[in-house]
Write a new protein. Sequence first.
Lengths: 423, 454
Amino acid sequence: MTGFPQISFREERLANGLQVLLYRDNRVPLVHVGVQYRVGSSHEKTGFSGFAHLFEHMMFQGSENVAKNEHGKRVDSAGGSWNATTNKDRTNYFETIPSYYLDLALWLETDRMRSLRVTAENFENQRNTVIEEKKQNYDNRPYGLAHLRFDALAYSNWAYGHPIIGAVEDLQNASWKDARDFHQTFYSPHRATLVVSGDIQEDSTLSQIRKHFESIPQKGSPSEPDLSEPERDEERFESMRDPLAALPALSAGFLMGRLGSTDYYALSLLGITLSHGESSRLYRRFIHDQNLATAVTAGPNQYKGPELFNIWMQLQSGVDPQEALRVLEAELEKVRMELVTEQELQKARNQLAFHFVNRLSTVAGIGEWLARFAVYYDDPNRINTDWQRFLSVTAEEIRDTAARVLQPNRRTALVVEAGVKSL
Amino acid sequence: MSSPPPLPETIKNIRYPEVHERQLANGLRVLVVPDERLPKISIQLAFPAGRVSNPDHNLALVPMAVQLLREGTQNRSARQISDALDYWAIQFESKVAMEHTLLAMTALADYLEPMLDLLSDLVQNPAFPLEEIDRLRVRWRSKLAAQRSQPDFLANERVFHSLYPGHPYSKVTIPPPHLEQADQKSIRETLLRYFVPNDAYLLFAGPLDADLATRQAEKYFGGWPRQNFPALFYPSPRPQEHRPVCVVHRPDSVQSRISVAARTLPRAHPDSLIFSLANQVLGGSASARLFLNLREARGYTYGAYSLVKSYRYDGIFVASANVKMDVTIDSIQEFLKELERMTQQVPAQEELHRCQAELIGAFLRQTETAASVGNLELTRRIYQLPEDFYHTLIPTLRDIAAEQVHEISQNFFNPEKVLITVVADREAVEWPLSRFGKVLVYDSEGRKLSEGPN
């Protein structure tokens, strides 16, 4: 490919350990500010499932100098957009804002990194909000409960096995004092990466950052969760009925190496070969040729630790999930035994190259990706090199990795029977 | 204690990106938004015909014609088309909206020629193979059934049906019999009739200039013959008189999906920006009144927002939330109170400034990529917005006064007239809802089950 873009960024570390990444692009008067903390649901203790995400909500409930909801209101008043996300490995807070308001965004992030104002009343309110979020996104949605169940079935280790959204009873048991402790334990500058990308001048922006953040003291040093998974050689299978689903579905998964391992690169390309686009193998077989399914996806699940190679299918009405599993196994047998074709390999490479370039379209996209490489790989410069790793994967590596990872006796399968009541 | 940094005033305006427009001899208008930054090109073909634009009232025809473009041409089989799209990593999206259709392809700049070659073949030489029509029918039967398990779909369908009874705008999905009735001949005729170069736009966004784009457009689309584009007829929507209350019965629901909606203004109406600003005050963001009330003050829901959807001849606002079942009635009362407040009080300056900044910021983010500028340009042309619309958007928004927002709110946010729709298990909500008016109950297929008390 000609002219693969290189992202020229600057990396600094403040005295308190905060990692700072700066990227300058002055075309449009916009700047993206993101703070990623190295804490996610995998850091939760048993009995506290869902806490990392509930805590994310508390970060908008006020800090020493910012009143409840004022964070969002101030960013909105500046014409910015903002949000936050929690996953298994990290929590990400971000805003994209007209660049002449950069100082405001930095001030807001500083205030809630330094101090959080947690009250029993706010905590109760956000607990209720999160319970409704769980209902909206999982309990009241077809396949929602299956998505929550699948990781628990596939992972032996609770750290990755329990859902990010948590269990309602755990959410009910949590107290506002736990939130205070959580901030002290996990929200230290040395566990965070601050990225500022867009319409900035590097030196003056760095001075602003120092002015705001450098005086925040380091806090706790919690130990990292043990994410290791025991070896296993027996299939796990479960079947459930979903009263909200109109069509049956099937989820299959195989434990694999961590993000950035050789498994990850090889199986990412395999995921494209199997399910990306209408020329992919599973699309052709399940959807186009045999009308067994209406949707299919396959690929690594993008967790930092041991990943799962996940295959999800919404099946056609009346299709026996066991039959779908047999057809799937026949397709997997092929990739375990034979090389993908040169055409398939080149297609997967082109798809990945496009994906890389596309991520660089906006200052928010670049900022989030820089921070992701910093947090997941401890190496933000992988934004400039990771694509080469993908493009160098060979057909032999894909076959050999598939043969090792996608074995039937290592499979986890969850079948969802459609349960919509007829009226 | 530390104080927030002083806020500079919102920007007065921006330099809107340069957009070039040319026209081919067959009438096709070529738009170019140059952007050298990334080796990526988007091309889009936009047609002013959509889901409701067909006189036979078969709502499957336009979506099927568009979907089948990728299922075979005179030169390529469906398999060859998907092989080519995937091999060159061409991201192909087709979108059939209410009144327009977009065919969009994006790829690495190295693959511009294969992309154009494919797009021109798809729209100029479609084959509509019978076996692919059958396959599509089978797939869409399931898709149409599956969408009826989604509360958002059910709410949307009921809102449009109730606000536009008997009008094309009520048609949000394909009735299953239409899918069965659409045959190869009628699908082909639909495409030939509505998808013609002289009313279409071809947009290029990426590292190329207007001359190169025009040469490429000429090479690949210059031979596409001009056709008469039929006049589209829409009856005027009937005025909305009373406040209906609808329940869509969804057994086993664990939340109530509430929508509060009313008819408003067409897209190109001179006051539509004022209404957008009023909507922003009501529920346009997580700092707006609905969110702060229903989520932050009461914890009833994960989120409560209000949206504007507008078309050529009319528009609507829909305020909605998924709430705990046992606070369904309380939540509706809060929605109505917030509407009432919009009609009774002039919004405070500080609140208005925030909402103006939100809309200005959203516009600014849309100008960040050439492809999103291209989308703005296509929207402006399809909905016949004024030529300087985006050039003056920021000053126009800044100049809207609080009194104007109040006045327009009095016209459209009348709590006595809004439609109330609840998707939930009827057992839980039907009876208490009667306090708001006559309750009509529908099943998930859209059939009326009963008229409740009152």
